[in-house]
Design a protein around this ligand. Structure first.
Ligand code: AN7
Length: 375
């Protein structure tokens, strides 16, 4: 019997590719190392044969990919002596910031849009002791205020404009390359601020030891030996009511059922365009109906429960596979950015699962079972 080594989070694991020193106190909750699950039943429903995987980032400690960036951002904030962090958030960033601040023993201020945040995320930020500022406005208003107030108060911004966030998030690409033994042909993600798609591009570029213009601003690790010889085409999908990259300009009143990506003024606009150009990928949009259908399909056919925003990656990928834009035989990874439990209200609202009311007696339960067995 060999015992497995205890996994202690992505900074420890990828220490040589992240900006920490031996003395840095790591603020970690064991984030990263999430499963890459090959789809089995959904692939049978597609018109073309492809090898498609989902990277289930909902299995991070607070239930979203944000933890990868937050462990780095909070570690560096604490190293720099910060006593408080601040972020605007559609929900997941606030839950993650609150958790890592609690772990570090500092204060988190989170600005969330009034009424448009999923219940699970709000519950997390509240339990984890964040100071919650519910603003009468949307994410973009909150983001503007965060940038302004950071000049007037001793708080470190931990939104993805904090460069350490993308450094942490690039590790998802490392894990994918290591598990596949190669880079995928296509990597599909939901896009809000476009931080995550940019971070993945940094990660893939580092492992291929290839240049990206993002690194000029981002101090990536270059000059390492290439681990693989290619990078994927990066494909970003937005909700159609909240799709500034499709409109070619900022959107002032974004709307979508996928509240996590209800963002009209993406913070990583220039990075995202660089990723599209350098990777040969593209942006596209999905309707709320397509997003919810993909969320339900994943749960029903594969037993994988992600939040609506996350399913945007699969909704778009399925369309592009069926149309042939993503060619037959491709290796595809779709990132599922957040867990389905984040937003129970939207899930229950669209569920068609039979809830059969029965008396607490054998006959009725037996009848209900026989009535509902597959024919
Ligand atoms: C589940 O929490 O911006 O394109 O404030 O929660 O890197 O912004 C959330 C974003 C996708 C988009 N999926 O990622 C926030 C926030 C989920 C998300 C995105 C978010 P980016």
């Amino acid at each position: 019997m060999t015992f497995r080594t205890r996994y202690t989070g992505l900074i420890e694991h990828y220490r040589d590719r992240l900006p920490v020193s031996d003395d840095t106190r790591l603020i970690s909750l064991g984030e990263g190392n999430t499963p890459l699950i090959q789809l089995q039943n959904i692939s049978d429903l597609l018109d073309k044969k492809v090898d498609i995987y989902v990277k289930y980032e909902g299995l991070n400690p607070t239930g979203s990919f944000k933890d990868r960036g937050m462990t780095m951002a909070v570690t560096k904030a604490v190293e720099d002596g910060a006593k408080a962090i601040i972020c605007a958030s559609t929900g997941n960033t606030s839950a993650s910031a609150a958790a890592y601040a609690a772990r570090a023993g500092i204060t988190a201020f989170v600005l969330i849009p009034d009424g448009k945040i999923a219940q699970g995320k709000l519950a997390q930020a509240m339990m984890e002791g964040a100071v919650i500022l519910q603003i009468k406005g949307n994410f973009d208003d909150g983001m503007r205020l965060v940038k302004e107030v950071a000049d007037h108060a001793p708080v470190t911004i931990v939104n993805s404009i904090n460069p350490y966030r993308l450094q942490g998030q690039k590790t998802a690409a490392f894990e994918i390359v290591e598990e596949l033994g190669r880079a995928p042909d296509f990597h599909c993600l939901p896009v809000g601020n476009a931080g995550n798609i940019s971070a993945h591009w940094i990660g893939y570029s580092e492992y291929a030891n290839q240049e990206t213009s993002i690194c000029a601003l981002h101090k990536c690790e270059t000059g390492n030996k290439a681990i693989v010889d290619s990078r994927p085409k990066m494909v970003g999908y937005q909700a159609d009511g909240s799709a500034p990259f499709m409109r070619g300009e900022m959107v002032d009143n974004p709307e979508t059922v996928a509240t996590a990506i209800r963002i009209g003024h993406p913070q990583s606009w220039d990075f995202a365009l660089a990723v599209e150009k350098e990777s040969g990928g593209w942006f596209d949009e999905c309707s709320d109906e397509e997003i919810l259908a993909a969320q339900k399909l994943l749960a029903e056919k594969e037993g994988i429960f992600c939040e609506p925003a996350s399913a945007t990656s699969l909704a778009g990928a399925m369309r592009d596979i069926n149309s042939g834009k993503i060619p037959e035989g491709s290796v595809i990874v779709c990132t599922l950015t957040g867990h389905g439990l984040k937003d129970p209200d939207t899930a229950i609202k669209q569920s068609t699962a039979p809830v059969v009311k029965v008396d607490a007696q054998l006959e009725e339960v037996k009848t209900a079972i026989l009535d509902n067995l597959p024919k």
